[in-house]
Design a protein around this ligand. Structure first.
Ligand code: GLN
Length: 203
């Protein structure tokens, strides 16, 4: 595909508007997705930050959980930030009882991993595949990736402090996930990477 791909943002809860703006600025036609008919029309999907337990409950209530799982399993490119990373993960530690994910990404994530004292912080993180220097990453009650399967590429780790070495950005084929919120930092390079992934997939 050479034109503007249509990229959806799952719009059940969370910072949907910021992702729509970052995607529009990165060469995509960005649309909110709340129904299966809207999901059917997108070439790729962003799952925003917010609260993973709320988003998964609403996905069940809106009859979107199974259609989302199916599209992801069928190879639709998807990018999850923060709560979205949790939703893409095959396994979640410290989730709530019965917490469901969409799955597809062969990782185990730990929810609220950075602890209560450091609910939010910002750090510069070098991200593989994102040229132009380290990424200004905003973390808000973020998960980290505890372990990855063999097909998962680690793109970024925390560089400073107690959490140094913890995995916070991964890619597996058409699936991309970050613990942090690029949509809040005013740096659209990760959205540009994702829009490229969507274009590649459709070529
Ligand atoms: N702690 C949230 C969760 O479990 C994620 C926070 C976020 O997306 N900023 O879903």
């Amino acid at each position: 595909m050479t034109g503007r791909p249509t990229v959806g943002v799952l719009a059940l809860q969370g910072d949907v508007r910021e992702h729509l703006q970052a995607l529009t600025g990165s060469g995509a036609d960005a649309v909110p997705v709340r129904r299966t008919s809207e999901l059917d029309s997108v070439d790729g999907l962003v799952i925003p930050g917010g609260e993973s337990t709320t988003i998964s409950k609403l996905a069940v209530a809106f009859d979107l959980l199974e259609p989302l799982r199916e599209r992801i399993a069928a190879g639709m490119p998807a990018y999850g930030s923060c709560a979205g990373m949790i939703l893409l993960a095959d396994k979640v530690l410290d989730g709530v009882e019965g917490q469901r994910t969409l799955g597809g990404l062969d990782v185990t994530v730990r929810r609220n991993a950075f602890g209560r004292q450091v609910d939010s912080f910002e750090e510069s993180i070098p991200v593989a595949g994102v040229p132009g220097g380290p990424f200004h990453a905003v973390f808000i009650r973020a998960p980290w990736v505890e372990s990855v399967g063999s097909g998962v590429e680690v793109l970024g780790v925390v560089t400073d402090g107690e959490a140094a070495g913890r995995i916070v950005a991964v890619r597996q084929g058409a699936l991309l996930a970050t613990s942090f919120h690029p949509e809040l930092g005013g740096d659209a390079r990760l959205h540009a990477l994702f829009v490229d992934m969507v274009r590649e997939r459709d070529r």
